[in-house]
Design a protein around this ligand. Structure first.
Ligand code: PGA
Length: 243
């Protein structure tokens, strides 16, 4: 299975910066057959980034979605809009969405099922806060296990195979302090057990950089990376994707 590298550009870049970075990335990806790369720009940049990557090996992803297709939902971007831009992957339940925008497990599950129904692939983000990690790995397993179970509630087995899970300890996101690969390996094995499907793809995220990416990519059961900050830096990105 090819490793999946997902760039979460959050709200870091302007439209023109997104376009410039995409052009550089898609050029350098042409020679890299070992990875599948997904770029998740802001909604504003999706269309232009899509125009550059369509027909290349680089895939288009969205950072969030409103599960309703169309209607009176001020400020939201719906599934039909993403589909019309040929978005293939959608992040759901990112910890910033859960924490800052108060998304519940139930809403995350609704989004995930809507993404699957629309024929796209969801990337379900899960991970524990620092306060849970300090209580030990048994507590972490329980916390993350609940997020996985509720996030995937009602999803058919065949659709679980199309679903990606990203394990991102919240304390590791944007902190410069990633998890230890051996702890992440343990969590990936646990998540795989909870999902009940060996082939489900599970990524690690949280302060991934050129320095630690190799260790995560080589670790057993880690099928790829979800990268925030380092993915908007071309030097970091090149180093990570050409390991
Ligand atoms: P980070 O973000 O790589 O900047 O820690 C990861 C994420 O939020 O997905």
């Amino acid at each position: 299975m090819k490793k999946l590298i997902v760039a979460n550009w959050k709200m870091y870049l302007t439209l023109s910066q997104s376009v410039t970075l995409t052009k550089r990335i898609s050029k350098s990806q042409i020679t890299n057959h070992k990875l599948r790369v997904v770029l998740c720009p802001s909604f504003v940049a999706l269309e232009e980034v899509g125009k550059i990557v369509h027909g290349t090996r680089v895939k288009l992803g969205a950072q969030d979605v409103e599960p309703e297709k169309r209607g009176a939902f001020t400020g939201e971007v719906g599934l039909d809009d993403l589909a019309s831009l040929q978005v293939e992957y959608v992040l759901v339940g990112h910890s910033e969405r859960r924490r800052i925008f108060h998304e519940t497990d139930a809403l995350v599950n609704e989004k995930l099922r809507a993404v699957i129904k629309a024929g796209m692939r969801p990337i379900l983000c899960v991970g524990e806060p620092h306060g849970v990690r300090t209580q030990g790995m048994a507590k972490v397993r329980r916390y993350v296990g609940t997020q996985v179970k509720t996030g995937l509630r009602g999803v058919a087995k065949k659709d679980l195979r199309r679903t990606v899970i990203a394990y991102e300890p919240i304390w590791a996101i944007g902190s410069g302090k990633s998890d230890m690969p051996e702890d992440a390996v343990q969590m990936h094995a646990w998540i795989r057990k909870v999902v009940g499907i060996k082939s489900v793809r599970i990524l690690y995220g949280g302060s991934v950089s050129a320095k630690n990416a190799r260790a995560f990519l080589r670790a057993p059961g880690i099928d790829g990376l979800l990268i925030g900050k380092a993915s908007v830096n071309l030097g970091q990105w090149r180093a990570i994707t050409h390991l």
